[in-house]
Design a protein around this ligand. Structure first.
Ligand code: ATP
Ligand code: MG
Length: 461
């Protein structure tokens, strides 16, 4: 169950969401803290500057007039600003009450303040356990720093602000998580449902049932591509199975026909129905021909089975193709003369190949045999050998009836034959052989004008 995509996908999505949300929240809180701190400091600085300037102004005029302490009202100021205000430094009005809280001088950096500049600091006032964030502004009279006004805020106040933010972020995160979970559930279903359907279909195919339900092809995503490939594969498997069944039916039929003929003639001979020596001779000739046919058929079937299983052994050696093609040509020369077929041989080049000569001759003979079967008396057949760009080709052209486009692929399949005496294995074996030799066999044809078969072999060395 834990290994199932239905669990693993949501778990991965969820982990991703949690990591993203954690990182985002951490970064957001960090920046918010920084921002709150710098805003608070800015505010404290402004307040400190204003108060210090005011204090210095009032002090200056008080000294001139009455030498009384300025009428400062810190509690009112503190209520107005929400900050705590301290004074640190030389008491300008000794013995008089300024009303400001006093902060020991050691808390401040006088090297900064003496130069008339502000200082920001964090400190813990004596007698408290709270840390304050503060801005100190020098109080200057006649160009000299006498002390500093310090405006401070408890640091905990800032923390409260981002705690509120964190709570709100947490709520937003929970809402987001709920939506994300819904989406994850939906997406996971979208991914796993077709995969499960495909898996059931694969089980069906394993039981040789090819009509199983497949996921709807609506989209063009990877699952749809996989479904498309699966459909193709199932189609091919079904076709291969039908082909296999057809093949077996054809093989048994092809084997039975000569066997029936042989049995008929043997029975007739045994029962003495054919006393006349001439008829006996004719019967024996038929038996001989049919046995030859059977032997050839069985040999062809074995070849084809081995070729298709890629367990065909080739006897490779140096072959002078010119001699071999001439040999193939001569085998049909007598038939051509008898049937007045214009039979022509063209040898261009003298290629020597590392190949299986007997098999090459078998292909050429198959092609010539077909050409002679289909070319009418008085027609023309040509055999040509040529060599070009790393390959050697042997072409057989005839002036027969040609092969219709729809048949051009089919004729290379086993048992496809229009020839009453043929088994339909010739071209199937020839093409497999050509491929086993590293080459190929191609067909061009113009209906009513003739056919052209080209055997192409790689020119080695
Ligand atoms: N040169 C050709 N011209 C016209 N049709 C041809 C030609 N060669 C082959 N064919 C067609 O292709 C079919 C298959 O040829 P193939 O050589 O495989 O079998 P076959 O000649 O009928 O039998 P065999 O196994 O004895 O060769 C033929 O029956 C014929 O219909
Ligand atoms: Mg043939």
């Amino acid at each position: 169950m834990l290994r199932s995509l239905r669990v693993r996908l949501p778990a991965i999505f969820l982990a991703g969401i949690l990591v993203a949300a954690g990182v985002t929240t951490g970064v957001a809180i960090h920046f918010f803290q920084e921002d709150t701190r710098s805003r608070a400091l800015g505010e404290l600085r402004r307040q400190a500057r204003g108060l210090a300037d005011l204090y210095a102004l009032q002090a200056a005029s008080s000294i001139e007039e009455t030498r009384n302490a300025p009428r400062f009202a810190p509690p009112i100021l503190e209520r107005a600003t929400g900050s705590v205000i301290y004074y640190s430094g030389v008491e300008i009005f000794p013995g008089q009450v300024s009303g400001l809280r006093s902060l020991p001088e050691r808390y401040l950096d006088w090297t900064i303040l003496d130069r008339g500049r502000q200082q920001t600091l964090e400190f813990q006032p004596p007698g408290t356990d709270r840390v304050f964030l503060a801005a100190a502004h020098p109080v200057r009279l006649g160009g000299e720093t006498f002390g500093a006004l310090v405006v401070a805020k408890p640091r905990a106040e800032l923390r409260e602000r981002w705690v509120v933010l964190a709570e709100r972020l947490g709520l937003a995160f929970l809402a987001g998580l709920a939506i994300a979970l819904g989406l994850v559930w939906y997406l996971t279903r979208r991914v796993t449902k077709p995969v499960r359907t495909l898996s059931r279909a694969a089980d069906e195919v394993a039981r040789r049932r090819y009509g199983a339900e497949l996921p709807n092809p609506g989209t063009s995503d990877e699952i749809a591509q996989l479904t498309g490939r699966f459909r193709e594969m199932t189609g091919r498997l079904a076709e291969a199975e039908a082909h296999e069944r057809h093949f077996l039916v054809r093989v048994s039929h092809e084997l039975r026909t000569p066997l029936t003929a042989i049995r008929g003639h043997v029975d007739a001979l045994r029962e003495g129905l054919t006393d006349d020596p001439e008829t006996r001779e004719a019967s024996l000739a038929v038996i001989r021909a049919e046995t030859d046919r059977l032997a050839r058929l069985v040999g062809d079937l074995v070849d084809l089975a081995r070729l298709e299983a890629h367990s065909f052994t080739l006897d490779q050696h140096e072959v002078e193709l010119r001699l071999l093609v001439e040999q193939g040509y001569q085998a049909f020369a007598e038939e051509a003369r008898r049937r007045e077929i214009h039979y022509d041989l063209a040898l261009r080049g003298d290629p020597v190949l590392q190949t299986d000569g007997d098999r090459v001759l078998q292909i050429v003979s198959n092609l010539l045999s077909n050409a002679f079967s289909w070319t009418p008396d008085g027609g023309s057949i040509s055999l040509a050998l040529s060599q070009e760009n790393g390959s050697v080709s042997v072409v057989v052209t005839d002036s027969g009836p040609g092969i219709p486009p729809a048949e051009r692929d089919r004729v290379f399949r086993p048992f496809v034959s229009q020839d009453g005496n043929g088994t339909g294995l010739g071209l199937a074996i020839s093409r497999e052989l050509a491929q086993a030799l590293g080459g190929n066999l191609k067909l061009d044809s113009v209906l009513g004008r003739g056919s052209r078969f080209e055997l192409r072999l790689p020119a080695t060395g």
